[in-house]
Design a binder for this molecule. Structure first.
Ligand SMILES: NC(=O)c1ccc[n+]([C@@H]2O[C@H](COP(=O)([O-])OP(=O)(O)OC[C@H]3O[C@@H](n4cnc5c(N)ncnc54)[C@H](O)[C@@H]3O)[C@@H](O)[C@H]2O)c1
Length: 321
């Protein structure tokens, strides 16, 4: 069919690329010609410690395969770290085309045990981290009139997974971040999308472990069977093509969310029901028309607040109470 999608001459920063999904993104982009900053602090899945060897090992792997990469072990959690990561790309190759905000940690707990100490590190790595890396990259991209940014969100936040209020809040904050930057980047050929991956990495393993084991042996056997059957299919390398396409020059979309796992890819979107209108809306109207308000038939997918405003005034104009 059409020719292969390549990244020759382009420079990509990938955070958290010392293992798991980020490593696969780095290997794929480098194999397709990109020069890659492999960023990773090399800490534990819950964010403890650091080890520069994590990023270096992936760089060695890329170079052995004939690709170009440099290692960076700054943390994304502060503005100086974000600037330093971007500077690594600029001093190595003088340009920056792609940022993949992928660094992440977990710290699951039921909400009654969720403390500020459990919340802050997750907000720092996922939400502030994406902000701190993207901000200096944005200046470079705006000046050149080109950029591709991919943020990492999660079904745990979009759909809601128990025990992950810190993670879900941080990850879903990135959806707002993605959509606002997509709006601001539109005039500058900066496309900003989000990926919600599903992959069997140490992070998924940790979340499964912390969800607790069922008490009975029979239930445990069922779980083990499920684990055996499904987890093996969740190879992180099968998510990488989606990350690569969304950061390619040919990517036509911006402000969108794609879910990817086991070789399957789909789109999440934010829909708006046609709703109910009454010029003198009362509390009882809301109660009495809840089904109509919730009815998914004929929903729309507004591209931005202006679309929603047009829909609102169209409804008000055409449906007198
Ligand atoms: N695995 C899944 O099923 C899944 C699902 C939804 C979202 N995610 C998200 O995908 C991303 C990749 O996760 P993964 O599953 O590959 O886990 P992972 O633990 O293998 O990878 C995360 C990487 O981020 C690095 N990192 C952590 N804090 C950092 C910091 N402050 N600065 C720089 N690097 C840092 C870690 O050292 C690690 O190498 C994360 O954002 C995660 O939240 C994963």
């Amino acid at each position: 069919m059409s020719k292969d999608l390549r990244f020759d001459d382009q420079v990509a920063v990938i955070t958290g690329a010392g293992g798991g999904l980020g490593r696969q993104y780095a290997l794929l982009l480098a194999a397709r010609g990109a020069r890659v900053v492999v960023n990773d602090v090399g800490g534990s899945v819950t964010g403890d410690g650091s080890d520069a060897a994590a990023a270096s090992a992936v760089v060695d792997e890329i170079r052995r395969a004939g690709g170009q990469a440099v290692a960076d072990s700054h943390s994304v959690t502060n503005p100086a770290g974000g600037q330093a990561i971007v500077d690594t790309a600029l001093s190595a190759w003088g340009r920056l085309d792609i940022v993949i905000n992928n660094a992440g940690i977990v710290g699951d707990a039921p909400f009654e045990d969720m403390t500020a100490e459990r919340l802050e590190p997750l907000i720092d790595v996922h939400l502030r981290g994406a902000f701190y890396v993207t901000r200096p990259a944005w200046s470079v991209m705006r000046e050149r009139g080109y950029g591709r940014i991919l943020n990492t969100c999660s079904a745990a936040g979009i759909l809601g997974a128990e025990r992950m209020s810190n993670y879900g809040a941080a990850k879903t904050g990135l959806i707002g971040f993605t959509r606002v930057l997509a709006a601001e980047g539109a005039a500058h050929d900066i496309k900003v999308n989000a990926i919600a991956p599903i992959a069997y990495t140490r992070m998924l393993e940790q979340s499964l472990k912390s969800a607790g084991q069922p008490g009975e042996a029979a239930a445990q056997a069922v779980l083990d069977d499920l684990v055996g059957q499904y987890l093996a299919q969740l190879d992180p390398s099968l998510v990488a093509p989606v990350a690569a396409f969304l950061t390619h020059r040919d990517c036509p979309v911006s402000g969108e969310i794609y879910t990817a796992g086991a070789g399957h890819v789909a789109r999440f979107f934010i829909g708006r029901t046609t709703g109910f209108y009454s010029p003198g809306l009362s509390v009882e109207d809301v109660r009495d028309h809840l089904e109509e308000i919730r009815d998914e038939a004929g929903y729309t997918v507004p591209r931005g607040p202006a679309d929603e405003m047009s829909e609102l005034f169209a409804a008000v104009a055409t449906r007198p109470g």
